[in-house]
Design a protein around this ligand. Structure first.
Ligand SMILES: Cc1cc2nc3c(=O)[nH]c(=O)nc-3n(C[C@H](O)[C@H](O)[C@H](O)COP(=O)(O)O)c2cc1C
Length: 268
């Protein structure tokens, strides 16, 4: 089945936004990136990123580094209704993260990725990977992403078709998706996919789904739109969202960030 996923977007894709997208055609959603060490230390701000308020299908996105901390978290983890699995972030471009070999700098660290996967999979949790094409053009040309897809065994791979050094506003390079699909692994395409034409292109390449981020914040019904289903107008969607936030007591940050985007018609 070709799947439509909502991308994790820090400060936007909170529990109720994920539910809104799920109610409007998204098959799967993700929490925003969460540092494992913060969870293990019971850091309040970190824990709030993985606060779940309903049963929308969700994967918890982790930024791992230390195996002991990851094992501690996974062993104490209690699955909940809606929990689908974990997702490892191998795409974060922030220098504060990549300088420690994490996020986008972990794409080339195949041995490390395998150690982390093993810790989670040992407990029988599904684990996906979201990766960029590497830290920079040099790594992309050396196809580090292809090595990490072929030589690891995640349940599926979300490929953000740019390097971590490239800005989101730059053009995505979908041409690399062909060789990713050739690995015979399950590949989900990500990066500025916002039209049926682009979805058709991904299907033709052989991808197993698409992940949509910024375009979903501008229009949470984009999933139904891409599936060719009827869609609700944005006015109705914001009304639904306001109602959900009230009922489930959503955090102010998520509530106002999405409404600001809708009002301005721009994702900043
Ligand atoms: C403000 C912002 C925050 C983001 N936060 C995350 C995050 O927490 N985890 C992650 O894997 N990707 C994050 N991303 C990347 C998106 O998930 C996605 O890969 C990227 O925006 C490309 O997809 P799109 O063109 O459909 O938006 C973020 C992107 C933006 C613009």
């Amino acid at each position: 089945m070709f799947r439509y996923m909502l991308a994790p977007i820090e400060d936007y894709t909170g529990s109720m936004f994920r539910k809104l997208c799920f109610d409007n055609g998204a098959d799967l959603t993700f929490t925003e990136m969460t540092r494992v060490e913060g969870i293990v230390r019971n850091n309040k701000a970190t824990l709030s990123k993985i606060e779940i308020k309903d049963t929308t299908p969700v994967e918890i996105q982790l930024l791992p580094s230390n195996e002991e901390q990851l094992a501690k978290y996974i062993l104490g983890f209690k699955p909940f209704e809606g929990f689908v699995g974990f997702n490892l972030n191998l795409c974060c471009p922030s220098k504060n993260i990549t300088k420690y070999g994490r996020g986008g700098a972990m794409v080339r660290r195949v041995e490390k990725i395998n150690k982390l996967l093993k810790i989670i999979q040992k407990e029988n949790y599904s684990t996906s990977i979201k990766l960029s094409l590497g830290l920079n053009n040099f790594e992309k040309e050396n196809k580090v992403y292809l090595q990490s897809i072929s030589e690891t065994d995640a349940n599926y791979y979300v490929v953000q078709a740019k390097t971590s050094a490239q800005k989101s506003s730059e053009e995505y390079d979908y041409s690399i998706l062909n060789e990713c699909v050739d690995t015979k692994k399950e590949i989900i395409a990500n990066g500025n996919i916002n039209t049926i034409k682009k979805v058709e292109k991904m299907k033709k390449i052989g991808c197993n789904g698409v992940m949509v981020g910024r375009s979903a914040v501008l229009n949470p019904a984009i999933f139904n739109q891409l599936k060719g289903n009827m869609t609700k107008p944005i006015k109705e969607l914001t009304k639904d969202y306001e109602e959900l936030c009230k009922v489930y007591n959503e955090r102010e940050k998520y509530y106002s960030n999405f409404l600001k985007v809708v009002k301005s018609g721009k994702f900043v």
